[in-house]
Design a protein around this ligand. Sequence first.
Ligand SMILES: Cc1cc2nc3c(=O)[nH]c(=O)nc-3n(C[C@H](O)[C@H](O)[C@H](O)COP(=O)(O)OP(=O)(O)OC[C@H]3O[C@@H](n4cnc5c(N)ncnc54)[C@H](O)[C@@H]3O)c2cc1C
Length: 409
Amino acid sequence: MPPTGQDLAETTWDVVIVGAGPAGAATAITLAKFGQRVLLLEERTSPSFKLGESLPPTSIGLVKHFLGELDGPEQNLPGLFRTAGNVSLWASEQADIADFFFTLTGFGLCVERLAFDEALRSKAASAGAALLKGVRFESCMRLTDPLFNWQLTLRSEKQSERHRARYLVDCSGRRAVVARALGIPLVPNDDRLFAYAQWFSCAGEDDDRYTRVEAAPQGWWYSNRLPGAENKETRRLVVLHSDKDLPAAKMAARRQGFDQLLDDSMHIAPLLKARGYQASGEIRGAPANSQRLRDFVGDAWMAVGDAAQAYDPLSSQGMDKALRTGSHAGHMIHYALTDLAQGAAALDGGNTYIQQYDEQQRQLWHAYLKQRDFYYQAQPRWSDQPFWQRRRHADTPRAADPRKISQFH
Ligand SMILES: Cc1cc2nc3c(=O)[nH]c(=O)nc-3n(C[C@H](O)[C@H](O)[C@H](O)COP(=O)(O)OP(=O)(O)OC[C@H]3O[C@@H](n4cnc5c(N)ncnc54)[C@H](O)[C@@H]3O)c2cc1C
């Protein structure tokens, strides 16, 4: 039986996974269920916030796969509610509704994000992965040892540790710390999208179950009511996306500027006023640009989730992609390691299973770019504004109905 986080006599592993967000947890759950000896590392002990709380109807099966029935007796997921759809002012000033009622599940989910990630980590630990929190990946060195391909240096507040592993997985999010340590660059990209988030609270009730999306001259907004703990005030998140180099981004980083931009919104500001919401806490910023690594896999390592490719939040697909590709990665790594034990070829990009994963990543990236460009081009207003000018390329094919922003919010 693999050692637990509290009793780490062992320092050798089949797989070390760096980063315990949804991608890391999903990869760890999958591998640990196959009986692989997995170490899952997380540098943060108690983060104060995390952005990204909407899951579309197509993700419900995946969430149940990893966390169990949403309403079952063993469910320990503290904060979530069922969402009804998206209301968007995108292609015009008129509100369009993408109603989840007409989907197979009939609803999406809004989750309390810190609790959601923690629930996934607990599942990884109960599946048998050793979970180390407050431990940071620092560096790795390729070994010539026939059993172990990697020596890793990890650092906690108190000490530095050495671990050895057969396979290394980068699930560290947009920072992609393992890939970067291995010298893998990001594909050059001129997209500078940045998210500015402000939380609001009010004493009254808010039973809104729609994600609100609104295009603006300087970028676009979204707002969600957040799942609340019992006896706590009602909370809502409002996020503006703009390019970091534009004047609007500088404004949005400060309360006064953020309020000024928000006042011009057609839909979100009136909704906040009608329910008596007041801003609470600081404005938080986070990168929201599209980014990908040049290589998704290499010799005895791969990147999963945002570390491999991170999407514009307009897609609302980040958590789904993290869980789905985490499951795929876990399967492919297990098959590759099993094959290797039976004398098969190496663990690099030439391995059939690793190749399959690589191919999936490439296809996902192409599909994502096409969809992203389609939705931005479907917004015809403000052709004099740099934010929209940058997103208008003439050669992208037209596809679905641009008014119904569903998975792409
Ligand atoms: C504004 C905004 C809104 C979004 N909205 C949505 C949404 O509505 N729906 C949706 O599905 N997605 C949304 N997303 C995207 C979603 O949050 C991400 O895609 C998702 O978190 C990716 O999961 P991950 O596990 O790949 O990475 P992460 O969740 O980023 O996890 C990476 C983990 O690695 C850890 N780590 C980093 N470096 C190290 C190290 N050196 N050592 C150890 N650990 C390390 C980090 O602490 C972190 O916990 C949004 C994102 C933004 C910015």
